[in-house]
Design a binder for this molecule. Structure first.
Ligand SMILES: [Zn+2]
Length: 436
């Protein structure tokens, strides 16, 4: 199927936002609404103080289709012991001129002096790694260092931090991988990972994804002088996996928020579908091991190929029954959950601190790291789900769910989530229209 028509229409998030801001400023919201099709801008009903940016999707094609004008948006958190070079590398900046500029310009030295763990740095780059813009929050939280290409030359300046929160809507279809789809749609990694976490009780993002899966989402994005500076929370998301549609809506009850289905059922499940942390690295790695290791029937477990050292998470709340070495399992952690459920995690390189017999863990806690101890030919996690000490296929088990919203809370949820649901439906329709 010829996709170039759709792709020609798809520009980047940043382009859209610039266009959107310009339109609002010059022509007013009414004519912006008149631009239906390529872009539609409307006040986000039920979301005071924010604007809705409805964007036509950027569909992924099987072939690399990223043109030279395509801008990638990356967010990276500064890690302990990080270097500026490593950070710029993770942000996808490959351009010699930009690296030289950052190293030698007097204005950019703050990067070296204020490389504080936890800060979120945002970069926009071209497909070939040329820097378009870099945003680095300065200490004190009042201002940021902004590096931009102006008229072909790089320049740096300090800008005051005054965020504008926009509500952004995105939709995409998976052709090769989740991150290829989110890159194509201009969705930051943090938001992609948030989505995987939200649906973590429903979908195993390492194993369940199929070509043709689709997702739509409404999320908050903080902008600084028209540039995306930091992604916020997903407010609503829809994921169609293997023909089944899952929906999630954020609902805040006196500061304690959670995600619910449209019917008000909690999305938090007793067990996560995948025991592996989800990241850009692990998302692609599993596929390489897929054909050889995934035979569940053969050995009563599920194998996840992942780089050595990848964090392994407790899939449910429970108590450590065993943490040590055990034959072919190598280093293994066994967790006893409520009822007759237990889970086992084998071939670990090592255990997380505090993981020993008797200690309690919560769902999502790191319990160890992927390795290849025991009978393993390569680094992978062997995961077992047991009921009454019998291994069962975790992908086929129906698990207990949390208590749904009721009474007044349910009524409030329905009222609050109605506009978000409308937007999700709208996005779904836009998707279908573009696929025709
Ligand atoms: Zn195995």
């Amino acid at each position: 199927m010829e996709k170039s028509g759709i792709l020609a229409q798809s520009t980047t998030l940043i382009d859209r936002i610039k266009q959107h801001r310009w339109t609002i400023g010059v022509a007013g919201a009414a004519s912006a609404l008149g631009m239906a099709g390529a872009i539609a801008v409307a006040p986000a009903d039920g979301l005071p103080g924010t604007r809705m940016v409805v964007e036509q999707l950027a569909l992924e094609s099987a072939k690399p289709v990223v043109g030279s004008d395509h801008v990638f948006l990356r967010e990276e958190k500064i890690q302990r012991g990080d270097t500026v070079a490593a950070l710029l590398n993770r942000l996808g900046i490959q351009e010699g001129e930009a690296l030289y500029f950052v190293r030698t310009s007097a204005q950019t030295q703050a990067l070296y002096q204020q490389l504080v763990p936890g800060k979120v740095v945002v970069a926009q780059t071209t497909a070939s790694g040329d820097l378009v813009a870099l945003h680095f929050p300065l200490n004190g939280g009042e201002s940021a260092l902004s590096v931009e290409r102006v008229g072909g030359a790089l320049s740096a300046k300090t800008v005051p931090l005054r965020f504008e929160t926009h509500t952004v809507m995105k939709t995409a279809e998976i052709r090769s991988s989740l991150f290829a789809a989110t890159d194509g749609a201009g969705i930051p990694d943090n938001v992609a990972i948030q989505m995987a976490e939200i649906f973590g009780g429903e979908i195993d993002f390492h194993r369940d994804l199929r070509k043709g899966d689709r997702f739509s989402m409404v999320f908050e994005m903080n902008y600084l002088r028209g540039q995306p500076a930091r992604s916020g929370r997903i407010l609503a998301a829809e994921f169609t996996n293997n023909g089944k549609t899952h929906r999630a809506l954020w609902f805040d009850q006196e500061g304690k928020g959670a995600y619910y289905t449209a019917e008000g059922k909690s999305l938090r499940k007793a067990f996560l579908r995948s025991p592996l942390e989800f990241s850009r690295v692990t998302s692609g790695f599993a596929l390489r091991f897929h054909p050889i290791l995934q035979q569940w029937r053969a050995h009563k477990g599920v194998d996840y190929g992942a780089p050595s050292g990848t964090r392994v998470r407790a899939t449910g709340d429970g108590q450590i029954e065993f943490a040590g070495s055990q034959g072919g399992y190598g280093n293994v952690v066994i967790i006893r959950h409520s009822g007759s459920h237990s889970t086992a995690y084998g071939h670990l390189k090592g255990f997380a601190s505090g993981i020993r017999k008797g200690s309690r863990v919560n769902q999502g806690d790191t319990i160890g790291y992927v390795g290849q101890t025991g009978w393993a030919t390569g680094p992978h996690l062997h995961y077992e789900f047991r009921i009454n000490n019998q291994q069962v296929n975790p992908l086929a088990v129906n698990l207990p769910t949390a208590i749904p919203l009721e009474g007044a809370a349910l009524a409030r949820f329905k009222t609050q989530s109605a506009p978000l649901l409308t937007h999700l439906t709208l996005l779904g329709t836009a998707n279908l229209a573009a696929l025709d």
